[in-house]
Ligand binder design. Structure first.
Ligand code: ATP
Ligand code: MG
Length: 226
């Protein structure tokens, strides 16, 4: 199994959008693909179709049912808060090792697995651990999704350093164009590339959908996943 952990510089930057692009690209290449969104906050059981889990199941060509939702997103919380807080609201807590175990199991040997994290690289999962600790425990390459808003350079390079300092491979950085975009995407890409060393930096313009827009970059190919 080949796996990729999709994280980002923060919440709402485009992780799910990029996850759906990756799934589409892998499936179009005729490869088996599985995807997980193990922890999701702000989840409304009555609107599961519109959740990250629903979008991911849609990209996989699967129906959104109680079973399929359980299968890819076992840790769901109602409050749209950091996972530790959202869990505490329900009198629950998360166990990083248990989530990591879930991320590593139940996959076909030949398939490619995409795991969408939650929030940014250092959002707390528990009182002591963040998503970064989970990524270390899972131990697969990380794709960083970031925005193109004013301030993204520092956020992105900080996230990049934090992940690399823990010994993880960063497979690539995808700049998903923000609604508020002060400079040309290509300029942000050029600047980040200068600081990112060997890590490929991919520019993703705003698209109507993560489906089959001809302007979609071949992200999986560019990061060597295919
Ligand atoms: N390149 C893009 N083109 C068009 N829309 C985009 C793009 N990137 C992100 N979006 C839209 O921006 C919104 C936030 O993106 P998305 O849900 O992928 O972020 P996220 O990082 O997964 O957020 P969360 O932290 O909640 O998981 C969504 O409505 C998504 O469709
Ligand atoms: Mg998401």
């Amino acid at each position: 199994m080949t796996s990729l952990f999709v994280s980002g510089s923060g919440t709402g930057v485009g992780k799910t959008f990029v996850t759906a692009i990756l799934i589409n690209e892998i499936r179009r290449a005729g490869k088996e693909c599985s995807a997980l969104k193990p922890v999701i906050s702000g989840f409304d059981e009555d609107n599961a179709d519109e959740s990250d889990t629903g979008v991911i199941l849609g990209a996989l060509g699967r129906d959104v049912t109680r079973n399929s939702v359980d299968e890819i997103s076992p840790w769901r919380f109602r409050e749209p808060l950091s996972p530790d807080m959202a869990a505490a609201y329900e009198g629950r807590s998360l166990c990083t090792k248990e989530i990591a175990h879930f991320c590593r199991t139940n996959s076909e040997p030949d398939s490619i697995r995409i795991i969408e994290g939650v929030g940014g690289v250092m959002v707390p999962l528990t009182n002591e651990e963040t998503v970064l600790d989970l990524m270390v425990e899972v131990g697969v390459p990380v794709l960083l999704v970031v925005g193109s808003y004013l301030g993204t350079l520092s956020h992105t390079l900080t996230a990049l350093q934090a992940v690399q300092d823990r010994g993880l491979t960063v497979a690539g950085i995808v700049i998903s164009e923000s609604l508020d975009n002060p400079v040309a995407l290509s300029e942000t890409q050029a600047t980040l590339s200068r600081f990112a060393g060997e890590v490929p930096v991919i520019a993703l313009p705003r698209l109507d959908s993560p489906g089959d827009d001809p302007g979609t970059p071949a992200i999986a190919t560019e990061i060597g996943l295919l």
